[in-house]
Design a protein around this ligand. Structure first.
Ligand code: GLN
Length: 301
């Protein structure tokens, strides 16, 4: 069997469509590009090529993986985030566009001291940053790449995630990013001293345990449960973060967390209840849903 490339991709698309993959046409093309190491221009230039059996088989093997529900990004091994390319595998969550919104807000805070245009902190005071539960390192590495004169530490409880994050820091030219294996703040508490930061940013696991089986199979069958499961009410990690974060923030320090669309009020309350934070603000994502909670260490004792 030999097939023209455009026919091959049509068959791939049909196979994905038949099993209900939403972006079948896009995925069929992107998988071919990955298979033949082409970009989209290259793909157009080869559109009329006739392919031999072994090429077709190699491509269909990838189509089968995608048809079985494996996310495109785990097959190709990459996801773009904040204009950078991140390596991903099933040890880390695939970076989401919603998280880019939080990173953009964070960059504005670091560079200008404002939050969506309104004054929030004194600019230039945010130097020492912690990406807590860093996974692939998408947040911390993007900040290190896109902001000058900051020190970034990425921490995660998963050794395997840290391996991916370190590779991503190297690949994106962020050699000075530090990595710590840590169960939330555990590695930053020595007997005598707690390590403190100017800003702590985190996308912790936040899906309610009972909701996980209802998620799309790409997520529930392939992404790491440890990065998704936020316990019975989804708030387990925010509870611990709200309790412990103040002790790891310098004066005027900021905590910024990604949240689920229905967690704005609950997470705001968790920070309020500690009485250690001021200006607790909930921000929306591009779809208009609650997505980020930001709080400032209170100056009151
Ligand atoms: N945003 C992810 C999702 O919807 C969850 C991320 C997380 O739990 N931190 O699947």
């Amino acid at each position: 069997m030999s097939l023209p490339l455009k026919e091959l991709i049509k068959i791939g698309e049909k196979q994905l469509e038949d099993v209900g993959i939403t972006d079948a046409a896009r995925d069929a093309k992107l998988l071919y590009c990955f298979f033949d190491k082409l970009d989209s221009v290259g793909l157009m230039m080869h559109w009329q090529d006739v392919l031999q059996d072994n090429q077709c088989e190699g491509y269909f093997a990838l189509i089968e993986r995608r048809a079985a529900g494996e996310p495109l990004q785990y097959i190709t091994g990459t996801q773009d985030f904040m204009g950078l390319t991140f390596q991903v595998n099933s040890d880390v969550l695939i970076p989401r566009q919603d998280t880019e919104t939080m990173v953009e807000d964070c960059i504005e805070l670091i560079k200008k001291g404002t939050l969506r245009g309104s004054d929030y902190i004194k600019a230039q005071s945010t130097k020492d940053i912690l990406d807590l539960c860093c996974g692939s390192g998408a947040i911390g590495v993007s900040l290190a790449n896109l902001c000058d004169n900051i020190k970034v530490t990425c921490s995660d409880v998963s050794d395997r995630a840290l391996v991916v994050a370190e590779k991503n820091a190297q690949a994106n030219g962020c050699k000075s990013v530090k990595f710590e294996k840590s169960d939330l703040f555990s590695a930053f508490c020595s007997k005598f001293r707690k390590k403190k930061f100017d800003l702590i940013i985190s996308n912790p696991p936040y899906i309610e345990s009972s909701v996980i089986p209802t998620l799309q199979r790409e997520v529930k069958d392939y992404e790491p449960m440890i990065a998704l499961d936020g316990g019975e009410d989804g708030l387990e990690f925010y509870r611990r973060i709200a309790c412990e974060a103040a002790e790891h923030l310098n004066k005027n320090g900021i905590i910024m967390v990604e949240i689920g669309y229905n967690q704005g009020e609950a997470v705001t309350c968790l920070f309020e209840e500690t009485e250690k934070f001021a200006d607790i603000t909930c921000l929306k994502d591009l779809a208009g849903k609650d997505r980020i909670v930001v709080a400032k260490l209170s100056t009151k004792k």
